[in-house]
Structure formats: C-alpha cells, structure tokens
Design a protein around this ligand. Structure first.
Ligand code: FMN
Length: 201
C-alpha cells in the first residue's frame, strides 16, 4: 500500500470529510505544533505526543493553555493525579520521538529510557532539543467524555532551538512502519472515543 493512502487515512484521524482545494481538511489547520506532554507518578515520569495544545489567555502575566488528553492515556491518569505537567514543543528533526512517545503507552512499561530528558522540580519530563518548553499546573479539567481538556496555568517557560514540528510535515518523514502502526492504533482509539465522547444532540 502506498504512503498516499496512509496519509489520507491519517488525515481522517483528526480531520473530517470536509476538504479544501489542496485535498486536506480545513480542520487540520487547528493542529497545534507537536508537543511532548509529560507528568509524573509513583512509577516515575511519563510523556505522550499531543497536538491539542491551545492558547487560552489574553493576560500576558497569566498565561494559560488548554491541553486535550485522551482518557485512555497513562499521561492523562498522571496529570489528573499530580496536577502538574511539562510541555516540550518538539522541533523539526525530533520526529524520532514520535514513535516511543506516541505509539506506546507507559502502562506497558517505562518508555522514557534511552531518551534525553530532565525532570522539572515537580518531576515532569522536559525533553532535550525541543523548540521550547514550559511547566504548568492544572487549574481545572473539563470532561469531554472521551478526553479531558485541562486548563493549565503556565508557571515557567524556556527557550529551545529549531522550528516547531508540525504533524503535516512529520507525516511525510516518519515512514510506513510508523504510519501502519499509527493507523491500527488510531482505529482502536477512535472506536473507544466514539463510544465515550460527548457529541451533539
Ligand atoms: C501525531 C500524534 C498526535 C497525537 N495527538 C494526541 C492528542 O492531541 N491528545 C492525546 O491525548 N493523544 C494524542 N496522541 C496519542 C498519544 O501520544 C498516544 O496515545 C500515547 O501512546 C499515549 O501514551 P501514554 O499512554 O503513555 O500516555 C497523538 C499521537 C501522535 C503520534
């Protein structure tokens, strides 16, 4: 099967049947830069890939973000319990982090081993080589059914290097093995989300 088919299936993961002239969904414009969202628990630190991180404040000295984490993710469980998270904005060239952090769950065993990261004061992981990073505390979690939208207050930010990595670009370089695994995982995740999500009507 060619990568074009995979790309189309992947667009459908976060997109819809609404297409633009270029063939992609207008909804893909809402994909945030790819981030590693991490937290910690008794078993140590864990992190996941996330493209649902959105600005949510107009007051510079009170920066907030909305971070949407699926309930099935181990990181979701850790953030709920710890109330803190660290976010690394991944940089172009860090596509290699997408498989260990985005295809596997920390529930299956520690997944940060061998990766370059440091803990924040709280114990949340910040990854080396990112375009930037921040520490945040949860203000409130909004129940979406299948996911929680965490409203977080940013307590510290740090600069990195490189340009933020976008899923639109990353899809073209991760390779077919990644895309095949991602397609299978996404099908399972979508079925679960369909059962649990709040929706119209
Ligand atoms: C490109 C990409 C984007 C993703 N975006 C999100 C997202 O916005 N929210 C989310 O909860 N999971 C997202 N995921 C899925 C998690 O990264 C994935 O389920 C991960 O294995 C969870 O790990 P954990 O169980 O250790 O927390 C994304 C994965 C990839 C590869």
């Amino acid at each position: 099967m060619g990568s074009g088919n995979f790309s189309w299936r992947l667009r459908r993961v976060y997109g819809s049947a609404v297409t633009r002239n270029g063939g992609g969904s207008i909804l893909s414009e809402f994909w945030a830069p790819l981030c590693a969202v991490g937290s910690h628990g008794p078993g140590g630190a864990n992190a996941q890939v996330c493209l649902s991180v959105f600005g949510a404040s107009i007051v510079p000295e009170r920066p907030r973000l909305l971070v949407v984490l699926w309930k099935g993710n181990y990181t979701h469980e850790l953030v709920l319990a710890a109330g803190t998270m660290a976010i690394t904005v991944l940089a172009e060239g860090q596509e290699g982090l997408l498989a260990p952090l985005g295809l596997r769950s920390g529930r299956a065993g520690p997944k940060l081993e061998g990766l370059a990261w440091r803990p924040t004061a709280e114990g949340d992981p910040v990854f080396a080589g990112g375009a930037g990073w921040l520490r945040a505390r949860v203000i409130e979690g909004f129940d979406l059914g299948d996911a929680t939208a965490f409203l977080v207050g940013v307590v510290e930010t740090g600069e990195g290097t490189g340009r933020p990595l976008r899923w639109q670009a990353a899809q073209r370089v991760v390779g077919e093995a990644f895309l095949a695994t991602w397609a299978e995982k996404s099908a399972r995740d979508r079925a679960e989300a369909t059962r649990r999500m709040r929706w119209l009507g």
